[in-house]
Design a binder for this molecule. Structure first.
Ligand SMILES: Nc1nc2c(ncn2[C@@H]2O[C@H](COP(=O)(O)OP(=O)(O)O)[C@@H](O)[C@H]2O)c(=O)[nH]1
Ligand SMILES: [Mg+2]
Ligand SMILES: [Zn+2]
Length: 305
């Protein structure tokens, strides 16, 4: 049976067997309508059931009751495994100057993990109020040299959040990721004041051993822009093809994209090869080298040789 009254919708929240979806009224750009849905049957894309961020086709749209039925799942553009979210356009890696103290190798891993998804990646450093201007400047320069001009935020300076919100409104689906306690939920609360999600002290979290942000939800900002907060999670190792690793580092990717690479060998990994033309004089080069070496060990073990 052909379905006539169908519409494309965005899944913003999921609980038990229910989904909240948004549709946009064609006659009115601002006209966002929210519906409570069930799925007609279990729908999968690459063995994964519907997740937040998925686009779906709905039918049996009841405008009065604000209910509908999900008929189909549209192909995903990307998929973040943990936490499960589809179709992200922008990742903001969040870290704090203090409480917990900034950990460079951890920030590095979050950045690489994010780049791996091939989305726009940015960096936020929170709790600026806990450090001196010299320290702010030092890290601003450092991360700029990594290819990420960081957003510096603090709860005592409202302006930072206002500017950040303007930035988010130019993106489609932004997500905040990073360790627990760095201030991700605080950012969400500053940006969308009336939602008031609970935040909690780092010390309390460690004692209780749980996160305050449990359910993944797309929060609506404006004109089709959404923001997602996530619980802190531990980084998984990246098991990518060794040749792709260079593209996870802006310092290298920019050289490769500009066609500045005239290395002697086409499959040059820019480690010890003769005739390598890549400029290796950047801070994270040692991280890159370590990653390549570890991946080679991992791949050779898995091949059993
Ligand atoms: N001093 C200071 N504390 C902050 C700032 N942002 C967040 N916090 C505190 O850091 C703690 C953890 O914040 P939360 O948003 O729950 O972190 P999340 O685990 O990343 O979501 C809370 O006690 C917040 O009040 C900030 O800019 N400055
Ligand atoms: Mg949180
Ligand atoms: Zn090279």
């Amino acid at each position: 049976m052909a379905l006539i009254n169908t519409k494309k919708a965005l899944v913003t929240k999921k609980f038990n067997n229910f989904f909240y979806v948004d549709i946009f009224d064609n006659n009115n750009e601002q006209g966002r309508l929210r519906f409570l849905c069930k799925s007609r049957k279990n729908l999968y894309f690459k063995n994964q059931l519907i997740v937040v961020g998925d686009e779906v086709i709905i039918s049996e749209i009841n405008l009065a009751a604000r209910t509908a039925i999900i008929e189909n799942l549209i192909e995903r553009k990307n998929y973040l495994v943990r936490p499960a979210i589809a179709n992200i356009t922008d990742i903001f890696v969040v870290t704090s100057f203090q409480e917990p103290e900034l950990d460079l190798s951890q920030v590095n891993m979050f950045l690489l993990y994010s780049e791996y998804l091939k989305v726009n990646v940015s960096l936020i450093i929170t709790k600026c109020d806990l450090v001196s201007k010299e320290e702010r400047d030092f890290f601003y320069k450092k991360f700029s040299s990594w290819g990420y001009k960081p957003w510096l935020l603090s709860v005592v300076e409202e302006k930072g959040f206002k500017d950040f919100l303007c930035e988010l409104k130019m993106r489609r689906c932004s997500i905040l990721i990073g360790p627990s306690g760095v201030g991700k939920t605080t950012i969400l609360n500053q940006i969308i004041p009336n939602i008031n999600r609970s935040t909690s002290d780092v010390s309390k979290k460690i004692k209780r051993g749980k996160n305050t942000t449990r359910n993944i939800e797309l929060f609506y900002l404006e004109k089709g822009s959404y923001l997602v907060d996530t619980p802190g999670f531990n980084m998984q190792a990246i098991y990518s093809d060794v040749k792709q690793i260079a593209y996870l580092f802006p310092e290298l990717a920019s050289q490769l994209k500009e066609g500045r690479r005239n290395c002697k060998f086409r499959d040059c990994l820019h480690i010890t090869e003769p005739g390598c033309q890549i400029n290796r004089d950047f801070e994270r080069y040692k991280f890159y080298k370590e990653l390549i070496v570890n991946l080679k060990i991992h791949h050779s073990r898995n091949q059993g040789d």
